[in-house]
Ligand binder design. Sequence first.
Ligand code: PLP
Length: 415
Amino acid sequence: MQNQVSHTAEKLDIKSLREEFPILRQKVNGYPLAYFDNAATTQKPARVIDALSTYYLEYNANIHRGIHTLAEKATKAFENTRKSVQQFINAPESEEIIFTRGTTESINLVAATYGRMMLEKGDEIIISGLEHHSNIVPWQLLAGEKQATIRVIPVQEDGSLDLNAYAQLLSGKTKIVAVNHASNSLGTINPVRQIIKKAHDAGAVVMIDGAQAGAHIPIDVKSLDCDFYTSSAHKFYGPTGAGFLYGRRELLEKMPPYMGGGEMIKDVSFSGTTYNDIPYKFEAGTPNIADVVAMNEAISFINQYGKEHMAAYENELLAYAVERTQNLSGFRAVGTASEKVSILSFLIDGIHSYDIGQMLDARGVAVRTGHHCTQPLMDHFGIEGTVRASLAVYNTKEEIDQFAEGLERVIKFMK
Ligand code: PLP
């Protein structure tokens, strides 16, 4: 297995891949930029940036209702992305892909439509202790409205979920299970196949928050037997403001619309309105055409290099980062589960994470500090936040050296 992993990583030419990212060529505070804030948002390859400007320079037009050349071209490009997303996550049909602003909007959409339609007083929603606020608060809003209860799968010491406890939480009252594919704070990859299977056995539907999976984990909604799946393009080398929601056809067809407006209707009269077919029923108004079109280039970037190869290389980078940091004085990794995406969350005894972040920035290293929008998880560990170095496929071992040397200096200076 080990050999196989390093073999696939060797297939990548990181030097030429990296050249696709103009932003990485700059210096920050006199040092080469080492961008380790990829869980917040990844950088964009030139092909994504070019797709945005080409759209506005050459064929900007509103989609779907136009018969002129530019409108047809824009519609085709927009709908091509839908087909690419379908293949990217192996969805059965392209009509099951809804474009949204991203993960947050997708989860809110499911909570406000499917959730509102299905939940009754006393029903239960299961989430996990690893969730981002955007996979907590929409369910709290729904639970408040419906007098439903939220149950939380506990997190173990290493940052993995307690699946025995999960099995105990499931019951006939469980209507929805919503968990992330990978944790943005700790990197833990959750056993979503098992989570989905158990939920289905209990009669519940499952929403997977794939915000952190888009760039790092091959996604196959068909094989996972997933009901809803979402991700945000900006976390997988695409533009901000665009993402997708996958939903199983029979659920999407039953669900009421999320927003009313143009595009989501078939016929409107003052005596009543009939809704459009899926996916358009959930795409009211003019969508974010340019960013959806450019998302296609992000998918083509990932497909060209191969997500498995990218993940194998990122695993090597993570292992190297752990090796370079674990013996530093006072260093404590937070989240050490065996299955992880390339995220290293940590603390250094006696030094505030904010100071670490600032001092690393002074040496060109961009990390994130704080609670990473997972306050309940931080509370669970009894900490305010962590320093998070989240790696992407364009990062290098040299950058990890720069980061580790930066940490050595922080420790020397602050202790
Ligand atoms: N879920 C997870 C696990 C995330 O990491 C994030 C963003 O950091 C989100 C949800 C929200 O994504 P967005 O802000 O793109 O809607």
